[in-house]
Design a binder for this molecule. Structure first.
Ligand code: TRP
Length: 436
């Protein structure tokens, strides 16, 4: 973000790259396969994709539109459009969600760092079983806290200097490289012995295995993976200029994100079945057990696992940056903090908040569910209600169109007013048990 006092993207491509960088992260490669394995497979995937289309894309468009038309952080954006009401509290909820998510996100990203280090030093290739490698890492709070600290330092260092063109340029190379790497793994996975069983688990919907818990998990995964419901896209949209279609941008970001999630699933599940593993027992360790296991069987495995975890780490970093940026933009705009004090102050506090997640996997799981199954859906619901019902239609149309056309406006507004809110409310109420 250079130029202007708040900074802005170097054009539309810069925004798309940064927003896709936010969306694509551990959510796709770590969380999506693990959630799928816990919720019965194919039916989860189907509900997930429906949630992305019917809820995710409309809310993504709503967030980008809010940011772009106000050029403010989430709290400031809502205050600018609805002065005097309680709506800025929705932005506050987002800032709080940013704290919660980044606290444990830093821990999982720290695992990635540790695996990168083990690949570089050859420890991963030492012959130990991948399950015991993962368990010895998660059994050591100190080791996790150290790597979490390293990761948070990297995140703060980038955000403190402003999300410069350097990140945009690196994303342009490294994101396609991650896709290419997944495609190589896909080739290996699909030719593995029991690939068909894995594909059947991942792609055949069996709704009896899902239940409302699974539906809520899929909805939460959609919010998490698309970086929605806490104002990250409001913040990134606030650095975007007026010329481009918010709908096309939203669809593009959502397709890239979904492609990478599905690709990860297509890699992981054939491998799980071919290695004779039980995917449901690994929980959050799924990717960290299964992928290294596959890489070990390939030639030049030390190099490949180094590359894989480096790419995953970069994807995690660009996501973490967007989480911290929400908090930092808030502190800069609302309290006049300098960018660097905001980044170091918030980053330090978030690091401390993450320590319980490094000490207990149960705590990490709890924080993760609180964020993705409560805070993000509620935040997203309120954003949809604000844009669909509170914002006058002329202002919504003006924000939607910018200097471009208004194609798709009616369908989008229908989704934001009715489809998305009803879906979120029904799923949350079902979960609470209100319907019986
Ligand atoms: N979407 C990121 C991922 O999939 C995580 C993330 C970044 C996020 N920013 C967010 C999640 C904002 C929710 C809200 O890894």
């Amino acid at each position: 973000m250079s130029g202007g006092s708040r900074g802005s993207w170097s054009g539309h491509a810069g925004f798309i790259l940064a927003a896709a960088g936010s969306a694509v992260g551990l959510g796709n490669v770590w969380r999506f396969p693990y959630s799928t394995s816990q919720n019965g497979g194919g039916a989860f995937v189907l509900v997930y994709i429906a949630a992305v289309l019917a809820v995710g894309v409309p809310i993504m468009v709503a967030e980008v539109l809010l940011g772009r038309s106000t050029q403010r952080n989430p709290v400031g954006a809502l205050r600018a459009l609805a002065p005097g009401g309680g709506w800025p509290l929705v932005g506050m909820l987002g800032v709080v969600a940013g704290f919660v998510i980044l606290s444990y996100y830093g821990v999982v990203a720290g695992w990635t760092f540790d695996y990168l280090f083990m690949s570089l030093t050859g420890t991963l290739q030492s012959g130990a079983s991948m399950q015991s490698v993962f368990e010895s890492l998660t059994g050591s709070p100190l080791r996790q806290i150290c790597w979490q600290a390293v990761f948070m330092l990297a995140t703060v260092a980038v955000v403190a200097r402003g999300v410069e063109a350097g990140i945009e340029r690196a994303s342009k190379v490294l994101m396609p490289l991650l896709v290419a790497f997944l495609l190589v793994l896909l080739g290996y996975a699909l030719t593995s012995e029991k690939a068909a069983e894995g594909l059947s688990f991942f792609l055949t919907p069996r709704f009896t295995d899902l239940g409302w818990d699974g539906v809520l998990a899929a909805l939460g995964q959609a919010f998490f993976s698309l970086s929605l419901g806490m104002g990250a896209m409001i913040t990134y949209g606030s650095y975007l200029d007026n010329e481009y279609s918010v709908l096309r941008s939203g669809c593009l970001i959502a397709s890239m994100d979904t492609l990478i999630a599905v690709l990860s699933g297509l890699v992981i599940f054939p491998l799980v079945f071919s290695f004779g593993l039980d995917s449901t027992v690994y929980g959050p360790g799924l990717v960290f057990v299964v992928v290294p296991e596959a890489l070990l069987r390939m030639p030049a495995s030390a190099m490949l696992s180094t590359l894989f975890f480096a790419l995953l780490l970069f994807a995690a970093l660009t996501s973490a940056i967007s989480l911290l940026e929400v908090v930092v933009a808030f502190l800069i705009d609302e309290f006049g903090w300098s960018r660097s004090s905001a980044a170091w102050g918030a980053g330090g506090l978030i690091f401390a908040l993450g320590i319980p997640s490094a000490m207990s996997g149960d705590f990490l799981g709890w924080a993760d569910r609180l964020a993705s199954e409560v805070m993000l859906p509620v935040g997203g619901l309120l954003i949809a209600l604000f844009v669909g019902w509170k914002l006058p239609v002329e202002r919504a149309l003006a924000g939607y169109s910018g200097a471009g056309g208004s194609g798709g406006f009616t369908l989008w507004r229908l989704c934001v007013r009715f489809v998305a809110p009803v879906a979120v409310v029904v799923i949350l109420l079902q979960k609470i048990g209100l319907f019986g």
